[in-house]
Write a protein that binds this ligand. Structure first.
Ligand code: HEC
Length: 91
């Protein structure tokens, strides 16, 4: 019983922290990024990788999330997401 309560606590505090911690730059495409990229991990993955990724890098990264990680992102949302990531978080 105590184990279950502990796990629930962990799960809820983790989700709250991810939402509070990261606020992405304003701009077209931000909503698509927030809706599609926060499902599996925190949005700070985007900020952490901005020094390394240019447009090609972000395109490859988004493709990898879809193909390798199974991200349920619609194909028509990808250009807006890549555009946004390159503009605000491109190196
Ligand atoms: C289906 C789950 C899922 C979704 C949705 C997802 N990712 Fe990821 N992402 C992962 C996993 C799994 C990893 C690698 C494991 C880890 O370090 O947590 C990862 C890692 C990353 C990394 C670190 C570098 C790397 O390639 O390992 C970046 C940057 C990233 N994701 C960006 C994004 C962006 C941008 C989106 C939205 C377009 C996104 N992710 C959506 C699962 C996902």
């Amino acid at each position: 019983m105590r184990t279950i309560a502990w796990l629930l606590l962990l799960a809820s505090s983790g989700a709250g922290a991810a939402e509070d911690a990261v606020r992405l730059a304003d701009g077209p495409g931000r909503e698509a990024v927030e809706a599609n990229c926060a499902i599996c991990h925190s949005l700070d993955y985007i900020q952490m990788n901005s020094p390394f990724l240019d447009r090609t890098g972000w395109e490859a990264s988004v493709t990898k999330m879809i193909k390798a990680m199974g991200a349920p992102i619609r194909a028509e949302d990808v250009p807006a997401i890549v555009e946004y990531l390159n503009k605000h978080y491109g190196k």
